[in-house]
Write a protein that binds this ligand. Structure first.
Ligand code: NAD
Length: 477
């Protein structure tokens, strides 16, 4: 059992002000794998005070020096990849090979993109030739509270810390209490990289404790949050009291629109994408909209592909999906599958209960519903498990209407060989991201949502800008 009770505050590991143990449960075994502490007000205050004290020095540090520290961080990150992958596999159930390649890999990718973007960014430049005495200075927002979820732990931590660091913000990270081990490894790396004390602080805790304390704290200038729409709403309300800047990356219910002329791998690709990370991705293509000419064949293919997705413990090598993160999620997913059945969606793969032979662990059967309509609960709610909902459509107009009829707006997907139609769809789908024919965004492209999927963008120069204020100076000589 791993015991890691301390917090990283002002460049040192310190014991919590009050003992408040929390057991992290390995979702593959349902056994406790670690004990951490949940912090309280005194810990939050100490971390915020350290970040506030470090702010003037960090803001005054030349951008090139801040970038050099992130470069050092990537080097260390590369050396400690295996530790992170092992930690992820026990704390949130990512299968070990996937944890190594996708989960840990995402972190170095984001950090490198921030370095590239920061090197090219004009932090401090004249307004233009027409206004030689005007200068536009982009400076750090200040002390940033970074609140992250458990589903892609290092992806989210690096997206926030990398951007905040090059922008010149100091920070307090509160990772999800479900996935604290990776975040603590990351804090060790920040320490080893040599970031000045107080620039980066970490306090573990839950949403009602440290999370809420950070969002209400008068010395926190901004909150960068990734998590559920429910918590995002609570955070926005709490931060409104002190008018903090709030960046939100929230849930999704993406449509994957498959036209009759889609390539013959489109359905399989969509099912496997949905099942990746056991369906626990905000940008999962969870509603598959299929045009009627290929609908029956698509349902048969989806059922076959899903029934061949193997499920097993996260410690095992190979291509399979692991458990969902905890008992609460497992129960919620079971309820939603049952609701889908009760509402009359046609179950063509999976269903309630654990997969055969897996009696312990939070395992869910890869599940596909067909013949659903967009008003059913399985088409409206973010299930956050390996559950796909298929909906037939006739025309392009109908597909657009169904795809946009959701409170969410994170990622939508289009599959067609008609490039004019694909581009047309990309313009009218109301989401922060659209992926055509399986092509995801390139390095440095912004990640984020519209509507109730959030505001702001992460990654590359857009991610850095979220941590910057813009100052216009007149009379500069
Ligand atoms: P969650 O909202 O329960 O928790 C996320 C984080 O917020 C945790 O650290 C939690 O302790 C904290 N928190 C919860 N309530 C809080 C409050 N009132 N004040 C302050 N902090 C609070 O979400 P989760 O279950 O950890 O993650 C799953 C959700 O995250 C899904 O809805 C998913 O779609 C979303 N998500 C979004 C993105 C994105 O980029 N849009 C990426 C990954 C996950």
């Amino acid at each position: 059992m791993i015991e890691k009770r301390d917090f990283y505050i002002n460049g040192a590991w310190v014991a919590p002000a009050q003992a408040n143990d929390f057991e992290v449960i390995d979702p593959s075994t349902e056994e406790a794998c670690a004990v951490i502490s949940l912090g309280g007000k005194a810990d939050t205050d100490a971390a915020v005070a350290a970040a506030k004290a470090a702010l003037p020095g960090w803001m005054a540090t030349p951008v090139a020096e801040r970038i050099a520290l992130v470069e050092k961080l990537i080097e260390i990150y590369g050396k400690r990849s295996e530790e992170m992958a092992q930690a992820m596999s026990i704390e949130m159930g990512a299968p070990i090979d996937m944890a190594r390649s996708q989960q840990v890999g995402a972190g170095s990718y984001h950090l490198q993109n921030f370095i590239n973007a920061a090197k090219a960014y004009d932090f401090d430049a004249p307004l233009g030739d027409h206004a030689p005495n005007d200068r536009i200075i982009h400076e750090a927002v200040g002390v940033a509270a970074l609140i992250t979820p458990w589903n892609w732990p290092m992806n989210q931590v690096t997206l926030k810390v990398g951007a905040a660091a090059v922008a010149g913000c100091t920070m307090v990270l509160k990772p999800s209490e479900q996935s604290p081990l990776n975040a603590m490894l990351f804090a060790e790396m920040m320490d080893e990289a040599g970031f000045p004390k107080g620039v980066f602080n970490l306090v573990n805790g839950d949403g009602t404790g440290v999370g809420s304390q950070l969002t209400a704290h008068p010395d926190v200038d901004m909150v960068s949050f990734t998590g559920s729409t429910r918590a995002g709403t609570a955070i926005s309300k709490s931060a409104a009291e002190t008018l903090k800047k709030v960046h939100l990356e929230l849930g999704g219910k993406g449509a994957n629109v498959i036209f009759d002329d889609a390539d013959d791998k489109a359905v399989k690709r969509g099912v496997l994408h949905m099942m990746n990370n056991t369906g626990q991705s905000c940008n999962a293509p969870s509603r598959m909209l299929v045009q009627k000419g290929i609908y029956d064949q698509a349902v048969a293919t989806a059922a076959e592909v899903a029934s061949k997705v193997t499920v097993g413990p996260a410690s095992e090598s190979g291509r399979h999906i692991g458990p969902v993160v905890n008992e609460l999620q497992w129960n919620k997913i079971q309820d939603l599958i049952q609701k889908g059945i009760d509402e009359g969606a046609k179950l063509v793969a999976g269903g309630t209960g654990r997969p055969d032979g897996l009696n312990k662990g939070f395992y869910v059967k890869p599940t596909v519903f067909a013949d659903a309509n967009n008003q059913m609960v399985v088409a409206r709610e973010e299930i956050f498990g390996p559950v796909l909902t298929m909906i037939p459509f006739d025309t392009e107009e109908e597909a657009i209407e169904i795809a946009n009829d959701t409170p969410y707006g994170l990622t939508n997907y289009v599959q067609t060989q008609d490039s004019a139609r694909a581009n047309r769809m990309a313009r009218v789908l109301r989401s922060g991201m659209v992926e055509i024919n399986g092509k995801s965004r390139s390095a440095g492209a912004p990640f984020g949502g519209m509507k109730q999927s959030g505001n702001g963008r992460e990654g590359g120069s857009w991610g850095i800008e979220d941590f910057l204020e813009v100052k216009a100076v007149g009379g500069w000589t």
